[in-house]
Design a protein around this ligand. Structure first.
Ligand code: PEP
Ligand code: MG
Length: 794
């Protein structure tokens, strides 16, 4: 069959019509409001390749190594786009389009020529573990004239450089993936968005709706910050909401028929997009979709002059096992006829109640002048104007001296963080990205406030006290008295340039190469941890994407540059550079980030050595960067592997090192001890020939105590000095001393005096602290060493 009507396809047809079309067919069958359309089947694509003879040419061309990939992919796309579609196929597609014109009802003036959306529906797209989503073309507002060309563009998008590279690195055969194309009546939305029928991370019975003006593409692609509503599905009312400033909308240009981003009129920018009545209809729709699939769904929807349409539905994959089981129980209760079972105390409230709830909370917090409280992440006090950052493209709004307020910072925000006078985030704990980077840059910061982005208003003058963990109303004038209290402390600090001499080395942690000079000026004995993730993430692309776009050498060059800056600033002091350890959520907002797996808890997921061993291509590039540095004479560079569990992880990494020409016997290399397994199995790990281990107490604590280091709800349970953690450290140091392996610490706890005392007593070889803590740690180490000496002679 060349084409099939959406209403006639089902899940079982996925091989013929792809995941997207199969899902639309299911929803149509269930009586849900899906715009009409048809599918140009995968078989049609396949026949096109075979009858025209271009298939073998394409697949032969793609059998190249990475260097020739860009050219081969371009050739493949050219062949698809330039080869005419066989006449019979053409006629069938155009006939179906003609029939669709008869069905169309949103273009009353021009029924014979409806505008359609042409969307790729790859046959492997929505399969588990093959997240191709978003890689293939979708073209909006197409008419008869361009239809065939647009269908071919969808076919050709199977050979975009990114898609080809993705299949290469994930072991998919190019010849095994087919693409169907959905041709669907265009929904000229005046409002649109997404809906999660359950809370996407907890699985709670709470619906989340996000919406903006115009076509949904703007919301899905992140071009526009949408309104956010949290809805009680029992009462179909909003319980919490954030109304965004929607500066732009995507609409069809009435003259050209093309889709374009246009500014939203001032009066509608901060207006709530969906009405209470529309919320009720969305809740009803969500309930029907969820009933149909029997599991929580993530739905794309659109409203056209009050008529609600569904454009897509996918299962929510981020809900945890725990969330699932809770969901099951509640569903059972609901089936028992008691809709409110499991939700004691919940009563129907008026839809306007949401705003009052938020404001009441905010008011109660202002009693003592403190607007928000959080975890003190980086010391110091600063005043400035609040800048609320919700999207990366708002970063340039942060100017010198502003207070950056955000849900959570990401590595892309580093330049803006550097400009900020202080940083305040809703989420995160002491070892979150915001906390680590702020400390490194010496910017006062408070994390885990939960409400800062709600309570603090753009432009408001506030004072952030990084030690007290408070944000208070008021600017520099009001803060003068406080400033006077702080200044004298600086002036009484001893200004001695003499570095305390210690037997235990005191090193410094570093993430941003630009801070190398500052770090070297501390007099530290070297860098105990140079994190590479910030160098990579600041490229704006995932490693895979960067390599696909610019080639392996360009990626290696970037890493070499970053590490060399630090190695030079410290030479001949050692610099321990760690291979990549970014959790997938840190990659999500980068180009190529949509390929990252959605993980419920990225901290327990695809990061560190697991990702490196699973995806050896980018890891090999990292290793080749080390090799280049070694060859260039940087003999102070040491290589460290993150998140290893056992000797097998280390052995596999060592083989890859050897493969790129690094001789492990001639370079200094080692591993992080960050999991209880690695501490317990240290003897076998040491037998791989490592020179050192370094305790990553941020992770070792979270994995020993089962306390998510980024979860502000359990921040008081995050205790690096817990006897469980100390016991693992103690036995590891003991074993390593016997085996002649150096020991070190590079987690945040290295800056705590109790930990320093404990480690020096245990005989650790070095301690690596944050820039701001190096001098204090040097003194503390010296004090403990002297005490130990005295004790031994007393
Ligand atoms: C740690 O886990 O303590 C550590 C230093 O590594 P990171 O914080 O980068 O996970
Ligand atoms: Mg770690």
């Amino acid at each position: 069959m060349t084409v099939l009507w959406i209403g006639d396809v089902r899940s079982a047809d996925i091989d013929t019509v792809g995941g997207k079309a199969a899902s639309l067919g299911e929803l149509t069958e269930a009586g849900l409001p899906v715009p009409p359309g048809f599918v140009v089947t995968a078989e049609t694509y396949r026949t096109f390749l075979e009858t025209t003879g271009i298939g073998s040419e394409i697949f032969d061309a793609l059998a190249v190594d990475d260097d020739g990939l860009a050219e081969a992919a371009e050739r493949a796309r050219e062949l698809v786009v330039e080869t005419p579609v066989p006449e019979a196929v053409r006629e069938e597609i155009l006939a179906a389009y003609g029939d669709l014109g008869g069905l169309a009802d949103t273009e009353p003036d021009d029924q014979s020529e409806p505008f359609v959306a042409v969307r790729s529906s790859a046959t492997a797209e929505d399969l588990p573990d093959a997240s191709f989503a978003g890689q293939y073309e979708t073209i909006l507002n197409v008419t008869e004239e361009d239809l065939l060309d647009r269908v071919k563009e969808c076919w050709a998008s199977l050979f975009s450089e990114r898609a080809v590279h993705y299949r290469n690195t994930h072991g998919f055969d190019h010849d095994d993936v087919d693409v169907a194309v959905v041709v669907q009546q265009m929904v000229d939305a005046d409002k649109s968005g997404v809906m999660f029928t359950r809370h996407p991370s907890t699985g709670d019975r709470q619906m989340i709706v996000e919406s903006a003006w115009g076509l949904g593409e703007a919301v899905v692609s992140g071009m526009v910050s949408p309104d956010h509503y949290e809805i009680d599905p029992e009462t179909a009312t909003i319980v919490d909401s954030t109304i965004a400033d929607k500066k732009q909308q995507m609409i069809k240009d009435p003259e050209t028929g093309e889709t374009a981003l246009q500014p939203v009129g001032d009066e509608r920018r901060t207006e709530r997009v969906v009405t209470d009545a529309e919320i009720e209809r969305l809740v009803e729709l969500g309930r029907r979709v969820e009933d149909h699939y029997g599991e929580p769904q993530d739905v794309e929807w659109a409203l056209v002059e009050g008529e609600l349409f569904m454009l897509q539905s996918r299962p929510i994959t981020t809900i945890s096992e725990a969330g699932d089981s809770e969901t099951v129980q509640e569903t059972d209760a609901t089936q028992g006829g008691d809709e409110t079972a499991g939700r004691p105390g919940q009563t129907a409230v008026d839809g306007g109640g949401d705003q009052q709830v938020t404001e009441a909370d905010a008011d109660s917090e202002t009693d003592d002048g403190v607007l928000v409280r959080g975890v003190s992440a980086s010391p110091g006090t600063a005043s400035g104007e609040v800048r609320l950052i919700t999207k990366l493209d708002h970063l340039d709004q942060v100017t010198e001296g502003d207070v950056l307020v955000s849900t959570m910072t990401t590595p892309d925000m580093v330049p803006a963080m550097q400009r900020a006078a202080a940083i305040v985030t809703d989420e995160g704990g002491m070892t979150s990205h915001s906390a680590i980077v702020s400390r490194e840059m010496g910017v006062p910061a408070i994390v885990g406030t939960r409400t800062a982005t709600d309570v603090l208003k753009p432009g408001q003058q506030v004072t952030v006290d990084g030690e007290m963990g408070t944000v208070t109303e008021g600017g520099p004038e009001e803060d003068e008295a406080a400033a006077e209290e702080y200044d004298p402390v600086e002036s009484v600090r001893p200004q001695t340039p003499v570095k305390p001499m210690t037997a235990t080395e005191v090193k410094v942690n570093l993430s941003i190469p630009e801070a190398a000079e500052r770090a070297a000026a501390t007099g530290a004995d070297g860098v105990g941890l140079l994190r590479m993730e910030h160098m990579v993430i600041s490229l704006g692309k995932t490693p895979e994407q960067y390599i696909a776009d610019h080639g392996e050498n360009a990626f290696i060059d970037e890493l070499v540059d970053g590490v060399r800056t630090v190695a030079e600033a410290f030479y001949p002091r050692p610099v321990r550079a760690r291979t990549l350890d970014a959790p997938t959520d840190e990659f999500r907002d980068l180009q190529g980030g949509s390929d990252e797996p959605h993980e419920h808890n990225p901290m327990l997921g695809y990061r560190g050595i697991r990702r490196s061993l699973d995806k050896p291509a980018p890891f090999r590039c990292e290793l080749r960067a080390f090799k280049r540095l070694f060859d260039a004479g940087y003999d102070n560079v040491e290589l460290m592997l993150p998140l290893v569990n056992d000797a097998e992880d280390v052995e596999r990494a060592k083989l890859l090192m050897e493969e790129v020409g690094i001789d492990p016997a001639k370079s200094r290399w080692g591993v992080m001890v960050e999991t209880p397994a690695s501490a317990l199995l240290i003897e076998e790990i040491a037998a791989e020939g490592i020179d050192f281990v370094s305790f990553g107490t941020n992770d070792l604590t979270q994995y020993t105590l089962a306390v998510d280091r980024n979860n502000e709800h359990v921040v008081d349970r995050f205790d690096e000095l817990h006897p469980g953690v100390l016991s693992l450290i103690e036995t590891t140091i003991e074993t390593c001393r016997e085996l002649g392996v150096d020991t070190s610490i590079c987690g945040q706890a290295a800056s705590k005096s109790d930990m320093v005392d404990f480690l020096v007593e245990q005989g650790i070889s070095s301690i690596s602290a944050n820039i701001d803590a190096v001098r204090d740690v040097q003194h503390e180490v010296k004090r403990v060493e002297q005490k130990l000496l005295l004790d031994s002679v007393r």
